[in-house]
Design a protein around this ligand. Structure first.
Ligand code: PBG
Length: 323
């Protein structure tokens, strides 16, 4: 027999009672919306594997930034396709590249919008790896010098937050050093501290034309079988000066989010990545799931696990749903 005094169901009796005792809330203020910018003008092409997301030229990216700011979204992350690629990814720090132009133009048009710059080389290198190749291997320390250039060029363009996603050792320290040296000591570093080598990035690599042309990223991105290693990566990045740490992907990694949450006092971001988005979109298109309910449940679960910030392609829809 159970003790009839104790009935957890009492606290579920109506929506207002439930909302009174709700432990976690999802707000549009927690969200960052990723934008893909491309060379050219007046371009707006839907990305086939990411329905609802577009390749935008800078002019259209600015228009979108105004729209999403009006919806209450406070932050965007800028990804880009360059005009040219080479062995070392030099278009990544070209101030005339779409990313740098988009950062400046959005900052000018919507100054209050927080701009995150993704710092990596894979979209810009001819081989699609996230660093400089020396003897067939992505050379860590040579890559750091290039990442410093990318971070600096994005800070100069007006980025508020620099988000290195390359997974080289020591890149947070290298980026902090160059930013401080060039008087950008208030530019925030949100490191992709815990980034797994994941098949969930598939649609993004189509969108960003950034798939490695040989091999894979397992020599720098983390093995998805590991969780202690995540704590180690977070510890290292914080000791190098990261302000916010990110865990990526999100849904299959909420155990990691929860473990990191227990250990640190810095803000945590999660990246609800392209493959997670594409699966929801495909199932919803077939009417197999209720898209709105699935998305709100998933994003709330990320918050419950301990994420403060969620980078998500669903941000615009969520902003509309939560209005
Ligand atoms: C660049 C980068 C990737 C993503 C964000 N930055 C791809 C990768 O590492 O291959 C993935 C984002 C997504 O899947 O939505 N290194």
């Amino acid at each position: 027999m159970f003790d009839k005094k104790i009935r957890p169901r009492r606290l579920r009796i109506s929506e207002n009672i439930r909302s009174l005792v709700r432990e976690t809330n999802l707000s549009v203020k927690n969200l960052v919306y990723p934008i893909f910018v491309v060379p050219g003008e007046n371009i707006r092409e839907e990305i086939p594997s990411m329905p609802g997301c577009y390749h935008l030229s800078v002019d259209n990216a600015v228009e979108l930034a105004k729209k999403i700011s009006a919806l209450g979204i406070t932050s965007v992350e800028i990804f880009g396709l360059p005009e040219y690629k080479d062995e070392i990814g030099s278009s990544a720090w070209d101030k005339n590249s779409p990313v740098q132009r988009a950062i400046s133009a959005i900052k000018k048009a919507v100054p209050e919008l927080v701009i995150v710059g993704d710092v990596c080389l894979c979209q810009y290198t001819s081989h699609g790896h996230c660093g400089k190749i020396c003897d067939g291997y992505v050379d860590n320390d040579e890559t750091l010098k290039l990442l410093q250039k990318v971070a600096l060029s994005q800070a100069e363009a007006g980025a508020d937050i620099i988000a290195p996603s390359d997974m080289m050792d020591g890149r947070v320290a290298a980026i902090r050093e160059i930013l401080d040296e060039k008087n950008f000591s208030n530019v925030i570093i949100m490191s992709y501290a815990v980034k797994y080598a994941s098949a969930f990035y598939g649609p993004f690599r189509d969108a960003a034309d950034s798939a490695p042309q040989f091999g894979d990223r397992k020599q720098y991105q983390m093995d998805f079988a590991n969780s202690r290693e995540a704590l180690k990566e977070v510890e290292i990045d914080l000791s190098e000066g990261a302000d916010i740490v990110m865990i990526k992907p999100a849904l299959a990694y909420l155990d990691i989010v929860s473990k990191v949450r227990e250990k640190i006092n810095n803000p945590i971001a999660v990246y609800n990545v392209s493959g997670e988005y594409a699966m929801v979109k495909a199932a919803a298109k077939n009417n197999w799931i209720d898209e709105k309910k699935i998305v709100l449940e998933s994003l709330t679960a990320m918050r419950r696990a301990g994420a403060d910030i969620i980078i998500t392609y669903h941000a615009i829809d969520v902003a509309e749903w939560l209005k």
